[in-house]
Design a protein around this ligand. Structure first.
Ligand SMILES: C[S@@+](CC[C@H](N)C(=O)[O-])C[C@H]1O[C@@H](n2cnc3c(N)ncnc32)[C@H](O)[C@@H]1O
Length: 365
């Protein structure tokens, strides 16, 4: 889809793409941020952008050679794809992870407020090192997603946190005058059982307790004696991999997640010669017929959108990576009715457990 602002026009697409054509690669909050920068003649010389999901802001601010903080592999791919297709010089960009020190001070910071308030806190913590007295942080969000927690977190880091008027159901939160704060802990610890505690960056999935669906899958996990090579697909903090390791120390276990914070969290919980981490959003790096067992509590949210397309495409890829006598086990919310999709991908789909909310499927050939 094309978007024009002033005399510039770019074509911006989503990655991963979606069959739902109502989903766009930007929203009114992105447009509001551009308008604010123009109208306030904001200094864009050293600009830092957080959570630019598909690259809308990176494209329109490309002349300022922005630095983009990238938290997921799919985000990195989306931004790259849009820069390349619009013939924008990649060397004008610097992609950094939220684990890299920013080193130089920065005057203008843009944050597209993420769904996870904890991730917002993580971003403010990350950038607190490089703020100067003149720094301005422009946070954009759709009004319906605003929570008091966002303001609470902002007030912890800044003397001034002012909201603009709403424009097309979006709003900006402008943060000025950074406070001197002591480093906050961004790692949580939760108990899996009497023996195992799990650590994770607080923005990673289910950071306050073991997710109900995950627990149900753990209680019904179908690791066979012959399952030697295992993939924890969408591994989060690595909880399923830890359970598998607990059942069979000799398994070769691979953990794959699109989120860098998730992969880094799982490294805090599991290690060993047989343990392999993959920061990626697909299964392309794995050989055909490689795994005996793939286990997953798959993603079904993409920020504020409910979207099972990503999970379905991961299962389609899983078919290639599984041995012919291998199997995929997953847990899903009952209302998502995964069976209708899974029977198009696997020859056999069995419901091995269910309760009032969740279903566990075992899929094989
Ligand atoms: C429902 S959570 C499950 C996390 C963990 N397995 C658990 O049970 O606590 C789904 C995970 O899938 C990850 N994810 C989302 N899209 C993905 C993709 N395309 N490829 C791999 N992982 C993805 C998310 O980052 C998230 O960590």
């Amino acid at each position: 889809m094309n978007y024009q602002y002033g005399n510039r026009e770019f074509s911006i697409t989503r990655y991963p793409s979606s069959t739902n054509k109502s989903l766009t690669a930007w929203n009114a909050a992105d447009e509001y941020i551009l308008k604010y920068i123009d109208e306030n003649k904001t200094n864009t010389k050293d600009i830092l952008i957080y959570n630019d999901r598909f690259g809308f802001l990176s494209l329109f601010l490309s002349e300022s050679k922005p630095k983009a903080i990238i938290e997921s592999k799919s985000q990195e791919k989306a931004i790259n794809q849009n820069l390349i297709s619009n013939n924008v010089e990649l060397k004008n960009f610097e992609f950094l992870t939220p684990f890299q020190d920013l080193k130089l001070s920065v005057e203008t910071i843009i944050i597209k407020v993420p769904k996870s308030a904890e991730l917002f806190r993580f971003y403010l913590e990350h950038l607190s090192e490089v703020l100067t007295a003149n720094s301005v942080v422009i946070c954009g969000f759709m009004t319906k997603y605003f929570t008091p927690q966002i303001l609470e977190i902002a007030n912890k880091y800044f003397e001034l946190a002012e909201q603009t008027l709403a424009l097309k159901k979006s709003r900006l939160l402008i943060l000025k005058n950074p406070k001197k704060t002591t480093k906050a802990s961004i790692i949580n610890e939760i108990k899996l059982n009497d023996k195992i505690s799990l650590k994770q960056y607080s923005s990673v999935f289910s950071s306050k307790n073991i997710d109900y669906a995950t627990q149900f899958l753990i209680d019904n996990i179908n690791l066979k004696e012959t399952d030697k090579k295992v993939l924890d697909l969408g591994s989060g903090n690595g909880v399923l991999a830890c359970v598998i390791k607990g059942k069979n120390e000799n398994c070769e276990i691979h953990l794959l997640d699109d989120s860098l914070l998730a992969i880094e969290s799982s490294k805090l919980n599991i290690s060993g010669e047989n343990i392999h981490f993959h920061y990626n959003d697909n299964l392309k790096e794995f050989d055909d017929n490689y795994f005996d067992f793939i286990v997953s509590n798959p993603p079904f949210h993409f920020e504020h959108e409910t979207n099972i397309e990503i999970a379905i495409s991961l299962f389609e890829e899983a078919v290639r990576c599984l041995k012919r006598d291998g199997h995929l086990q997953l847990v899903a919310n009952k209302h998502l009715n995964y069976k209708t999709h899974l029977i198009k991908i696997f020859e056999n789909v069995e419901i091995t457990a269910e309760n009032e909310k969740f279903v566990i499927y075992d899929c094989f050939f």
